[in-house]
Design a protein around this ligand. Sequence first.
Ligand code: CO8
Length: 257
Amino acid sequence: MAFSTLLVETRGKVGLITVNRPQALNALNSELLAEMNEALDGFDRDPSIGCIVITGSERAFAAGADIKEMASLTYPGTYIDDFFAGWDRVAARRKPMIAAVAGFALGGGCELAMMCDFIIAADTAKFGQPEIKLGVMPGIGGSQRLTRLIGRAKAMEMCLTGRMMDAEEAERSGLVARVVPAGSLLEEAMKTAETIASMSLPIAMMTKEAIHRADEVSLSEGIRFERRVFHAMFATRDQKEGMAAFVEKRKPDFKNS
Ligand code: CO8
């Protein structure tokens, strides 16, 4: 399947999506959103895929939603079409997803990175929610996810001034998991994805689900949820295999069952 805004490939157990609209600094338009969901549907259907990496170019992960496409939209039109709702399907994916970010991750670009389970950033990465300068605000989850990740004070400052945050500040603030030299970004992200993909897929998916519950429920409900899922893991073959392999001092051979 050929895509016109993405490069999509499978490397072992990892699905790699590279945003590829260099003429627009990888701005996210409707065609790209449709293709992103199609690519993710393919990786969801493929049982051999255990982790997904989304990346961009050296210059831009994505410089935001496509301003040229949005400029003439109207309120009734955006409301009727539920403009941007397709991004909820991206955010709701159940397999682990890593954003590998170099260069600009602005507006919808920063929001796409935050939809992933964690971000690995190149030392060249710049994050921002500059929508206010365009007379709008974040529209793909930025006001909510950024606030949860870096706290209200910094989220307010970034969304109200539109200023950018460099990679070092982003790591210090909890927006990114790790900063690596730009030249080794993809290698590091792929290595991390391969590590995740080598685990039991159902266990990794349940772990992801449990961590995301922390955004939605109280601590006691979250801990209850965690315990129920933890108990359920003892019904899997992979739990038996993982613990037997530890006792027998060998590598586990997970079968995703
Ligand atoms: N949309 C469309 N085209 C873009 C975008 C974008 N977001 N960003 C860059 N481009 C295009 C430029 O227009 C330019 O194209 P051309 O050569 O045809 O003029 C090309 O990419 C290169 O860009 P620049 O020449 O501007 O490159 P610079 O290196 O000078 O500047 C910047 C780089 C600082 C990243 C600059 O391009 C910029 O500020 N871009 C816009 C960033 C931005 O504002 N992003 C937020 C967009 S809004 C959003 O994401 C969510 C909106 C939510 C709305 C909710 C509605 C329901």
